[in-house]
Design a protein around this ligand. Structure first.
Ligand code: ZN
Length: 155
């Protein structure tokens, strides 16, 4: 039996407490004993850690939703032929040009991805329109460009 101590959630104290590790499974705490109340039980990850992890998931979902809304708006603007230089400026202003992916016909591009085209310059992927094609908004106008690995052709 090891005398290692870990921070864990105590269901009796209802807060994170230092726990003595009574047994370990695959180097993870198995049975633990609360140093405050002496309650023994299976190890439960400290709540602050769980909370932090949950918060991260929520934040990520928020960003995903924001991106989803923006993507939808761009597709709508595109269908109305309203993708213009102003939209391009708004989109690229938020990005660092260094983040741009060099455009290549075999590049896998996703919506909202920033691309750098040797001829048309900086562009933002609006949507994948069909197999191996994507609508990309460049400074002057949107263009449908070939993109995607060759393997996509057969799928
Ligand atoms: Zn306790």
């Amino acid at each position: 039996m090891r005398k290692k101590k870990v921070s864990a959630y105590c269901s009796a104290c209802r807060i994170d407490q230092a726990h003595k590790v009574l047994s370990a499974v695959d180097s993870q705490p198995g049975l633990v004993k609360c140093s405050a109340c002496g309650m023994e039980g299976p190890y439960m990850a400290p709540r602050d850690k769980v909370k932090a992890a949950l918060k991260q998931v929520v934040e990520r979902k928020k960003v995903d939703r924001k991106r989803e809304r923006l993507r939808g708006k761009l597709v709508e603007l595109n269908s109305k032929g309203k993708l213009n230089k102003q939209v391009w400026e708004d989109l690229t202003a938020e990005h660092d040009a260094d983040e741009a992916t060099d455009y290549a016909m075999t590049a896998s591009l996703e919506a909202l991805q920033l691309v750098d085209h040797p001829k048309f310059g900086l562009g933002v992927v609006v949507e994948r329109t069909e197999e191996r094609k994507a609508c990309i908004l460049f400074e002057d106008r949107p263009r449908v460009m070939v993109c995607g690995p060759d393997s996509e052709r057969s799928s």
